[in-house]
Design a protein around this ligand. Sequence first.
Ligand code: SF4
Ligand code: SF4
Length: 371
Amino acid sequence: MKQSLYNVETYDNLKVYEAVCKIMADQNVAQDLRPDMKVVIKPNLIMGKNPSHPTTTHPTVIRAVAKWLHEQGVDNVILAESSGGLYDHNAMRNVYHQCKVDELTDVLTLNDNFEATHVHSPEGFKCHSFHLINPIVEADYIINICKLKTHAMTMYSGGIKNLFGTIPGLEKPQMHYMFPNLHDFSNMLVELSQVVKPDLTIIDAIDAMEGNGPTGGDSHPLHMLLGARDHYTQDWFAAGLMKIEPMDVEMIKIAKEKGLVHEDEIELLGDEIPDNLTAFKIPDAAQVDFSSHVPGFLRKPFLAIAKKLFRSYPAVDKSKCVGCAKCAESCPAHIIKIENKKAIFTKKGCISCFCCQEMCPMKAIYVKKRF
Ligand code: SF4
Ligand code: SF4
């Protein structure tokens, strides 16, 4: 498995472009391309946010990839994403604008087809089908460009998790409701990733996010771009760069158990791993599985008690809340009300998915532990 790693200090157009060209050469991408192909770039535009925050894929990285594709003779390059919240023309135009990807129309087309199609999964999958946004279904080639971040529910967000944005708009919170526990949700993410099958995954880790990701955390730059065809093994590798034990990340653990992660076969291309990397702060709500330290026969009762004791819930800092209702819109359990321009939460029915925290533009939602 060829893993590219290039040190890139800042989002300088030329430096980013040079690194992207090296990744494309390492991964032999040019050999896959034909001029008549429809190539879809799937970035992380989880919400409308200025790219100076480490929340979304930086437009400089997207520009470099699209420019490189044009130089290979591929002109049909589409940027497609389903952010949190509504998936329609107005909502996505707003996201495109805030994330500054509407400045890239000289090298790509912004998706404006907001339909979705049911795609059947291979036999044996727990999720028999997925409802996917049309540009992904119709793509000849998919380049997944994610942002390296911590994540309140899944702890880590990279290549696998980025593909959750191929599910249209408010169907994403519904998926949380269908798969309320971390294991089932993570298994769904891995199965989704096996259905979408990106051809290449680039991780924007020039700036990355630690703490209360995927939207409310802080900057923790790694000053690097990563690239690989095998995004499962790359997620293993990238979690290690954040000093997160990959097997503590449920989706990576599941991918490993399915035989999708080949960490022993990593061939590092490009620059060396810097020796001064520091650990990323993990989210307040992250669920760490201590059960591996408990004897097998005690594991089940231990997990049942630990689940209750260490359960996290969202709470609102009313001084920051502006009553925008983004949290209520994204809550799959419909337990958030807006009264007097403030969000009111009830614990009953909460599945601790933290979609509300993810979508709050004011960082007004924090994590309360029961114990
Ligand atoms: S908690 Fe955040 S998302 Fe919810 S209404 Fe207040 S500001 Fe908006
Ligand atoms: S209140 Fe927040 S954490 Fe609880 S179910 Fe709703 S979105 Fe998920």
